[in-house]
Design a protein around this ligand. Sequence first.
Ligand SMILES: NC(=O)c1ccc[n+]([C@@H]2O[C@H](COP(=O)([O-])OP(=O)(O)OC[C@H]3O[C@@H](n4cnc5c(N)ncnc54)[C@H](O)[C@@H]3O)[C@@H](O)[C@H]2O)c1
Ligand SMILES: [Zn+2]
Ligand SMILES: [Zn+2]
Length: 387
Amino acid sequence: MKAAVFHKPGDIRAENIEDPIIEHAEDVILKVTSTAICGSDLHILDGFIPQVKDMVMGHEFMGIVEETGLGVTKLRKGDRVVVPFPIACGHCFFCAQGLSPACEHSNPEKYGPEGNILDNKGGALFGYTDLYGGYNGGQAEYVRVPYANFGPRKISDALTDEQSLFLTDIFPTGWSAIDWAKLKGGETVAIFGSGPVGLMAQKAAWLKGAGRVIAVDILDYRLARAKSANNVEIINAHQVDAIEVIREMTGGRGADVCVDAVGLEADRTFLDKVKATINFEKGTISVLEACIRAVRRGGTVTVVGVYGTPFDNFPVHRIFDKGLIMQFGQAPVQKYIDELIGIVESGKVVLNDILTHTLPLSEVTHAYDIFKKKEDNCIKVILKPGM
Ligand SMILES: NC(=O)c1ccc[n+]([C@@H]2O[C@H](COP(=O)([O-])OP(=O)(O)OC[C@H]3O[C@@H](n4cnc5c(N)ncnc54)[C@H](O)[C@@H]3O)[C@@H](O)[C@H]2O)c1
Ligand SMILES: [Zn+2]
Ligand SMILES: [Zn+2]
């Protein structure tokens, strides 16, 4: 089959490799109809999250069930499904609490309570390095989907792939960032990052009753999309001091909720890069710091942007003095997905208005390139193995 194989940082190519096979009774083999590239994939491509062996990338995918293991009770050949990006068993201590990214069974080699990047990690993700379980991903013609009684969800034929694919990751991720903030209604929510995840958080903020939604980014074309798709107020952090502007917009107090939808690969100055090299840090926490400064006293900061190493000078003093509430992490997609499918089916939200490029899987190298370099006004790319 054809698949997008990661070889080393900067090197991803469409290649022919062996088809996946059923390895456990609860596996299905999925014929992928659509798959997307995520900002999280860039962390691997850019070498911030290490991977030595060749691996098929991709954790956002949907398709048609091609083959089922003997223990699969919920799916049949021919079913059309979306697949949550965390690989999780569905019955361990954490899965039972709706914490699928912390599954105790899906990542046996690296699992542990410490929460380190190199060992003692949480559960597994599709196509996301040996540290996250070593599973091949879905940027391919076929993919093996473990725990198929718990992860995949059937999708109505009334919805196109484009309308439903973002239920696998970015809509539940944006939703998590807002759900964690426990809005009561009327709050001002400032979302840092207007990439695919930030754009989905903007949609979730309106759906959950925000009174005002402010988008912060450094690229005008992404802010323009935030405004046209989601009717939010916008701030370009390269043109103005975003923290000052947010305070001015909120009577000097700051936003009730700030969301970090950027993570470790925020833009960096030369000095940031030198400091990170000296301290063995990967990337920067500048956006997290900005969220902590831009939120009001007693407010909430939620963090779905990814961070992978410890950072010194973390502003614990500000968090304490302002009495902040904070929540971080991978999105527990399995917890939210049924509710979110219902919201998409009802027409209360449209997800595909952030899509800018649909390309054949064979053009994966080019697709990663424009997404990473933010060229050709790229926001979100769907790859089609059948195109
Ligand atoms: N927690 C989860 O479960 C989960 C799931 C999906 C993605 N993510 C993470 O979410 C983050 C965003 O993903 P994405 O697909 O939207 O990526 P992306 O790279 O397309 O978007 C990031 C956006 O941040 C903007 N940005 C960079 N520096 C900035 C700054 N200083 N201030 C404001 N904006 C800035 C960029 O211009 C870009 O638009 C990534 O870290 C990704 O790994 C997490
Ligand atoms: Zn993702
Ligand atoms: Zn589990």
